[in-house]
Write a protein that binds this ligand. Structure first.
Ligand SMILES: C[S@@+](CC[C@H](N)C(=O)[O-])C[C@H]1O[C@@H](n2cnc3c(N)ncnc32)[C@H](O)[C@@H]1O
Length: 222
């Protein structure tokens, strides 16, 4: 069974470039909050591409992930670029920092790697630790995605892959109703379903696929 820790020891599975959406989200936050630096959390930061971006943008950055190799890589990237962030190895259902409230939290392509109850706990933690009007940007897999149904269903809409690089990794797929339930009590700023239909592909195209997959792009506000 491949763990994220193992995946992060193989360069092929480390995304190097940050998503432009994350940069635009920070610009949006800078428009909402006049104070500087903003205090930002990269939740499930992986190998660190967004932690580095946020720090480079001049903000006070916190990053956490369950994979120790991801956190080590993030630390190295920060040091190589003479940047700083506070990093913790931590499960998404635990709050790893002390006495800090965030203007913004990002979690890119990560929270859906869990059961619904654990994803829900993580979202609650984010809400508790945002300042008033703080925003959360995240992506979640959509139930319209082509990989829906692959693997063993361990609860409704959560599948654990039986083969490939993500063997053993859970994936929860959301429909609109479930996304709205997850963010009950938040203000929805943007709820967008990005649907990608792969009409024809080579086998194993996903190993080097430059295009996105079908997912929810979400910005919510406390
Ligand atoms: C696809 S990667 C995305 C990483 C990063 N957000 C990025 O965009 O580069 C998913 C991340 O979720 C993390 N992850 C999976 N389950 C987790 C959990 N239960 N608690 C914390 N992190 C978890 C993995 O270790 C991995 O770093």
């Amino acid at each position: 069974m491949a763990t994220w820790n193992e995946l992060f020891s193989d360069e092929r599975f480390i995304d190097q470039l940050p998503q432009p959406e994350v940069y635009k989200f920070v610009k949006k936050l800078e428009g909402v909050f006049p104070e500087r630096p903003l205090i930002l959390w990269d939740l499930c930061c992986g190998a660190g591409r967004h932690t580095v971006l946020l720090s480079r943008m001049g903000h006070q950055v916190y990053g956490s992930d369950a994979a120790i190799n991801g956190i080590s890589n993030t630390q190295k990237l920060l040091e190589d670029n003479l940047l700083k962030a506070e990093l913790k190895v931590s499960d998404m259902t635990k709050f790893p920092f002390e006495k800090v409230k965030f203007h913004g939290v990002i979690s890119w392509d990560a929270l859906h790697h869990n059961t619904y109850a654990n994803i829900s706990s993580s979202v609650r933690l984010v809400h508790e630790n945002l300042v008033d009007k703080g925003m959360f940007m995240l992506t979640l897999l959509s139930s319209k995605g082509g990989a829906y149904g692959q693997g063993t269903e361990i609860e409704k809409n959560t599948f654990v892959k039986d083969s490939g690089s993500e063997t053993g990794v859970p994936h929860h797929y959301f429909d609109e109703k479930e996304v709205r339930t997850l963010f009950k009590g938040w203000k929805i700023v943007i709820l967008a379903e990005q649907v990608y239909t792969y009409v024809e592909t080579e086998p194993d195209f996903y190993m080097t696929n430059p295009f996105p997959y079908t997912k929810w792009n979400i910005i919510v506000q406390k």
